[in-house]
Design a binder for this molecule. Structure first.
Ligand code: WQD
Length: 346
């Protein structure tokens, strides 16, 4: 009997890549997505890769009744991977109430429904933003690093959601959870059938970079080169989205196979290496042979200077490792951007 996994936000960037890896690992997948920040055509892309069309329910996780109907309709859901959330740092500063309502209510609804429908576990999509700016001696950052005051309502919703899960499990809820703290997911599936599809002007580095390289954007602005880093630009832990997706499969298996040692476990999901923005640009130019038009601009408010993860725990406990070379990841992003142009999507 195949296990069925509910993937909320499954037509999004990380959700779609995770759906592919879940299907390839033998799970049946039900995607729940309200399509507020993605497109149903992503499901076609998933099917092209795996040959299996995931079940899809156009539902907002904040709509309790509609969400409960999904559990009624799709019996035997054993696990949830919860991606559905608003995720733009800058937008969250402008619209905090929308972020708190959407990101907190969606998780609360899922948690409330889990015991009613015999769902064993939930994997929560968290973020390294919960660490804020680690001190230099705390880099690479481990899961035991202090949680610092969030720099944005978006980051705060991640912190509060982690606490909601801890408190619900502590109250005796018969569920298990694994919290994955992502660093910076980048790249696209090697098939180019799915990838990052930002709405409007991209806030994140890689989509803006590839849109500049292909001519959609005039020039990439590097937000500051006066940080106390080797080349002055910010440092991040850029992880291949396919490696990240595979971490979710490993985490789900750990729960469903009863291997979780605690009711809530937390893992950093990164590469363990930091690259600066300028290093990333140089890697892109070297990998693709494309000269990028960029300039140095002022710092972006809310950016932290440097963060990368200590990922020993995920490597050892989950038996998972992100090992795709950076240039290969950047090539996948470039291939995807060219695919978007060839197909007229962007
Ligand atoms: C990376 C670096 C920028 C754009 C955020 C969230 C994180 C996750 C990913 C959702 C920074 C620099 C960027 C540009 C630039 N969110 N940059 N020019 O801010 O590290 O992480 O997005 O899943 O939770 O916190 O990612 O890609 O925006 O920025 O110089 O046009 O690239 O200053 O140093 P970030 P990012």
């Amino acid at each position: 009997m195949r296990n069925t996994i509910l993937v909320t936000g499954g037509t999004g960037f990380i959700g779609s890549h995770t759906t592919v890896e879940l299907q390839e690992a033998g799970y049946d997948v039900v995607i729940v997505d309200n399509l507020s920040n993605s497109d149903a055509s992503v499901i076609d892309g998933i099917e092209k890769i795996t040959g299996i069309r995931p079940a899809f329910e156009k539902v907002d996780c904040c709509d309790f009744e509609a969400l409960e109907n999904v559990f009624r309709k799709h019996e035997g859901i054993k696990g949830i991977i919860h991606f559905a959330a608003s995720k733009a740092v800058g937008e969250s500063v402008q619209k905090p109430l929308m972020y708190y309502r959407n990101n907190l209510n969606s998780l609360i609804n899922l948690l409330e429904l889990m015991p009613r429908y015999g769902v064993d576990g939930i994997i929560f999509s968290s973020s390294c933003t919960v660490y804020g700016q680690p001190s230099k001696e705390n880099l690479p950052v481990t899961e035991l690093a202090p949680i610092q005051k969030a720099e944005s309502p978006y980051g705060n919703t991640k912190q509060v959601n982690e606490e909601i899960i801890q408190d619900f499990v502590h109250s005796g809820a018969p569920i298990k959870s694994i919290i994955l703290r992502y660093f910076n997911p980048i790249g696209s599936h090697p098939s180019s059938h799915i990838g990052e599809l930002p709405n409007g002007v991209p806030a994140n580095l890689i989509p803006y970079l590839t849109q500049t390289a292909i001519g959609i954007r005039e020039c990439l602005t590097v937000f500051g080169d006066d940080y106390s880093t080797p080349d002055g630009s910010c440092i991040r832990d850029f992880i291949y989205v396919v490696d990240l997706a595979k971490a979710h499969v490993a985490a789900m298996a750990r729960i469903l196979e009863g291997k979780s040692e605690e009711a809530v476990e937390v893992f950093n999901v990164g590469t363990g290496h930091g690259y600066s923005v300028l290093e990333l640009i140089n890697s892109f130019e070297k990998a693709t042979g494309v000269e990028l038009n960029y300039k140095i601009g002022p710092r972006r408010e809310g950016d932290i200077e440097a963060i990368w993860g200590n990922v020993d725990k995920a490597n050892k406990v989950l038996g998972w490792k992100a090992d795709t070379p950076l240039e290969q990841i950047l090539l996948s992003a470039w291939k995807w951007q060219k695919h978007l142009k060839e197909t007229g999507i962007q």
